[in-house]
Design a protein around this ligand. Structure first.
Ligand code: AMP
Ligand code: TRP
Length: 331
C-alpha cells in the first residue's frame, strides 16, 4: 500500500525558534519514518510581509539547515523551496476562483497583519490562505503538521478543496492539521505575551541558534509571579508555558518534582528556571552546532535543494495534469 502524504512549510522570515520546533519540526522528524513527506521553505509567503529580499537567500539556506539539524533526512523526504515549484503558482490561480473576498477578509491572520502593518495590505496578504492551500493540495496531502496558529488556514484549505471537487470532480483529499498528541501546540513567548514568534520580542523567544549563555539569560528573565497560594491551583498561562517547555526538554523525574512543588505551594521559581535553563541549553546545543555546520556547506545545500525540487515537481506536475483535465484546460 502506498504511504499517506504529508506536507508542511515554514516561512524564511527569521531564525527558527522553539515554537517552530515543538509546533512543527518535532512532528516532521517523526512523520518521515511513516509517511510520504514533503517539507518546504515558504519563500513566496514571506514576500507578503517581508518585501525586502536582501537576506532572503541566507534565510532560506538557514531554514533548510535547521530542518536537517533537527533530524530531517533529505534522502527520506522531499525538502524543497516553494519558488522552485512553479506548479504551485498555477494551482494558486485556479484556487483563487474558489475563494471569496469576504471569507479572506475575515481570516484572523489577515486581520492581525492589517493591524500590525496597515501601510502594506497587498493582495498577496489577502490570498495568503489560498497560496497555502495550493502548497498542500499540489501534492494531494492528507496530513499537515502545524502549530495551533494554522488551524484556521487548514479549515480554509479544506473548504477550497471541497469546492473544487464539487465544481470540477474529485481531485483532492481533504487535508487535516496534525499533531501526534492530538492537541495542536502553541508555545507562548517567555514574557507571557502571545505566541513565541520569529520577529516579536527577541528576549521572549528562544531561537535554535541561541548560545548557552543567551538561553540562560532569557529563561531567568521569563515572566513568573510570587507563586501559588493554595494547593493544587490552576497555573496562569505564562507559568503553564514554562512547565510545558520543561516537560519537553527535562526528564520526567525533574518535571514531576517541580509539578509537585507547585501543587504544594513550595515551588521556588529561581530554582525552577535554573533547571529549565540547564536542560534547555543541553537540548538546543547539538541542533545549533549541526545547523551552523550545514549552513556553511553550500555544495551540500545546493544538492539538497535541487534534489528536493525534483521530487516536489514530479508529484506536483501529476496533480496539475489531473487538475487541468477536470477543468478542461488540456488542449
Ligand atoms: P512560521 O514560523 O510562522 O512560518 O511557522 C512555521 C510552523 O511553526 C507552523 O507550523 C506554525 O504553526 C509553527 N509555529 C510557529 N510559532 C509557533 C508557536 N509559538 N507555537 C507553536 N507552533 C508554532
Ligand atoms: N502559513 C504557515 C505559517 O505561517 C507556513 C506555510 C505556508 C504552511 N504554506 C504552508 C504550513 C503549507 C503548512 C502547509 O507558519
Amino acid at each position: 500500500m502506498s504511504k499517506e502524504i504529508v506536507l508542511s512549510g515554514i516561512r524564511p522570515t527569521g531564525f527558527l525558534h522553539l515554537g517552530n520546533y515543538f509546533g512543527a519540526l518535532r512532528n516532521y522528524v517523526r512523520m518521515q519514518e511513516d509517511y510520504n513527506c514533503y517539507f518546504f521553505v515558504a519563500n513566496w509567503h514571506s514576500l507578503t510581509t517581508h518585501p525586502n529580499t536582501k537576506e532572503l537567500q541566507q534565510s532560506v539556506h538557514r531554514v533548510i539547515a535547521e530542518n536537517i539539524a533537527c533530524g530531517l533526512d533529505p534522502n527520506k523526504v522531499a525538502l524543497y523551496v516553494q519558488s522552485d515549484v512553479p506548479e504551485i503558482a498555477e494551482l494558486y490561480l485556479y484556487l483563487n476562483m474558489m475563494a471569496y473576498k469576504g471569507e479572506l477578509e475575515k481570516t484572523a491572520s489577515f486581520k492581525d497583519k492589517v493591524r500590525s502593518n496597515p501601510e502594506n495590505v497587498n493582495a498577496g496578504l489577502l490570498t495568503y490562505p489560498v497560496l497555502m492551500s495550493a502548497d498542500i493540495l499540489i501534492h494531494r496531502a492528507l496530513y499537515v503538521p502545524v502549530g495551533k496558529d494554522q488551524e484556521q488556514h487548514l479549515e480554509m484549505a479544506r473548504n477550497f478543496a471541497e469546492r473544487f471537487n464539487n465544481r470540477y470532480g474529485e481531485v483532492f483529499p481533504l487535508p487535516k492539521a496534525f499533531n501526534y498528541n492530538s492537541e495542536l501546540v502553541k508555545i507562548m513567548g517567555l514574557d507571557g505575551n502571545g505566541k513565541m514568534s520569529k520577529s516579536e520580542n527577541q528576549m521572549a523567544t528562544l531561537y535554535l541558534a541561541d548560545d548557552d549563555e543567551t538561553i540562560r539569560k532569557k529563561i531567568m528573565k521569563a515572566k513568573t509571579d510570587s507563586g501559588p497560594t493554595a494547593p493544587d491551583s490552576e497555573k496562569p498561562d505564562y507559568i503553564q508555558n514554562l512547565f510545558t517547555l520543561m516537560q519537553l526538554v527535562s526528564t520526567k523525574d525533574v518535571y514531576n518534582q517541580f509539578e509537585s512543588n507547585y501543587n504544594n505551594c513550595n515551588i521556588r521559581y529561581g530554582d525552577f528556571k535554573k533547571q529549565l535553563a540547564e536542560d534547555m541549553a543541553i537540548f538546543i546545543k547539538p541542533i545549533r552546532e549541526k545547523a551552523a555546520e550545514i549552513q556553511h556547506d553550500n555544495v551540500f545545500l545546493s544538492k539538497v535543494i535541487k534534489e528536493g525540487a525534483e521530487k516536489a515537481r514530479e508529484s506536483a506536475s501529476k496533480t496539475l495534469l489531473l487538475v487541468r483535465e477536470v477543468i478542461n484546460m488540456n488542449y
